[in-house]
Design a protein. Structure first.
Length: 367
């Protein structure tokens, strides 16, 4: 990609085609002190009130900058690298991190070590990159003082409060309003599929774990979806088209939302999985279509529950795990509470927290 000049026209050449850059688009991006607040990077003018008949009177490329004189008397030097970074119309920071597909053979994923001032370090940047690559990350030696998980989450972004509170305690209790608060085996699932929007990231912090069971299990929903897309496109198609109703209810609230089990973005690429069979309600459709749907859901469930696609490990006290709730399904093996205590704390944050922190650290360390 590069910027070229043809008289007073400024062109964008992506190697396949050449197109003119609209003068008004460039005029919006002038960044002198009188036009842009350096602290907030917010404009000091409102482009929506300007006359759209902006013309470039003169333009030159010098030392990596585009020097422009506009017909309204404004002159500016624009950083060409900065302009070119906008041409994809996508988030080049997050989108540039490739997802790494994984299954039960996953080995040697780096764990990170908590330390003072952790959230402003290059290691924190590396942690977030690893999180976007694999969909989860584990941090060791995180203090177990009460509610430290909230401090941890708020040091990245902001806690997403739900009806479970700012944070929640994962331990067995009488009359639970969720199976997480029992000692039962939990099959692979995503959290809160009944919310709009669904919480993006779950954080779990192990405070105590004295039992022999209660192992954490993870499945890469992205890897399973891509495998299904390749090996059984008809099953994949119906799972990306039929929306089901997810519902949660207790004495204080009733939450509902509709979604496909595999949700695609506008370009038909993977975006999100929602899977929690104890909470979903399939709509009334023609019998022949439901026959296909139930077979497809069973195949998806078999893949999620297959040992070939699952990793299993035990969270120990001071271990903290971040999971992409749009990508990674999690579960738990059953345990015997008579053996001792098993106590985790959890909370949610959204992608704007991790994305904002990642962009900040990339800028801070000039990466």
């Amino acid at each position: 990609m590069k910027i070229e000049l043809n008289e007073n026209k400024i062109l964008f050449n992506n190697g396949k085609s050449v197109q003119e850059i609209h003068p008004f688009w460039l005029r919006e991006r002038v960044d002198g002190d009188e036009f842009l607040d350096k602290g907030t990077q917010q404009r000091l003018f409102d482009p929506s009130t300007m006359d759209g008949e902006i013309i470039i009177k003169k333009a030159e490329i010098k030392n990596g900058f585009l020097e422009i004189n506009f017909n309204d008397g404004v002159s500016s030097k624009l950083d060409i690298n900065k302009l070119e970074s906008e041409f994809s119309n996508k988030d080049t920071v997050i989108k540039s991190i490739p997802k790494k597909k994984w299954d039960s053979t996953l080995k040697n994923v780096k764990n990170f070590e908590y330390k003072e001032n952790f959230f402003e370090t290059k290691e924190m940047y590396d942690l977030l990159v690893s999180f976007y690559e694999y969909g989860f990350v584990i941090i060791k030696n995180v203090p177990t003082e009460n509610n430290f998980i909230v401090k941890f989450a708020n040091s990245i972004g902001s806690v997403r409060r739900t009806n479970f509170g700012e944070h929640f305690n994962v331990k067995s209790k009488s009359n639970p309003n969720d199976l997480a608060y029992t000692t039962l085996h939990l099959s692979p699932h995503t959290d809160n599929p009944y919310r709009n929007p669904v919480p993006c990231i779950q954080i779990l912090h192990c405070i105590e774990n004295e039992v022999s069971g209660g192992y954490s299990t993870l499945v890469d929903g992205y890897s399973v979806s891509e495998k299904l897309k390749k090996e059984d496109p008809n099953v994949y198609k119906i799972l990306t088209e039929v929306k089901v109703r997810f519902k949660f209810t207790d004495k204080n609230v009733v939450l509902e939302d509709w979604s496909e089990l595999i949700h695609l973005d506008d370009e038909k690429n993977f975006k999100q999985v929602r899977f929690s069979p104890r909470l979903d309600y399939v709509p009334m459709l023609e019998k022949s279509k439901l026959d296909k749907y139930y077979k497809a859901r069973k195949k998806l469930s078999d893949l999620y529950n297959s040992e070939k696609n699952r990793i299993e490990f035990k969270l120990m006290p001071k271990d903290l795990m971040m999971m992409d709730n749009y990508r990674v399904l999690h579960g738990r093996t059953k345990f015997d509470p008579e053996e001792g205590k098993r106590f985790l704390q959890g909370c949610y944050i959204d992608f704007d927290s991790t994305e904002g922190k990642l962009r900040h650290l990339k800028r801070k360390f000039n990466l």
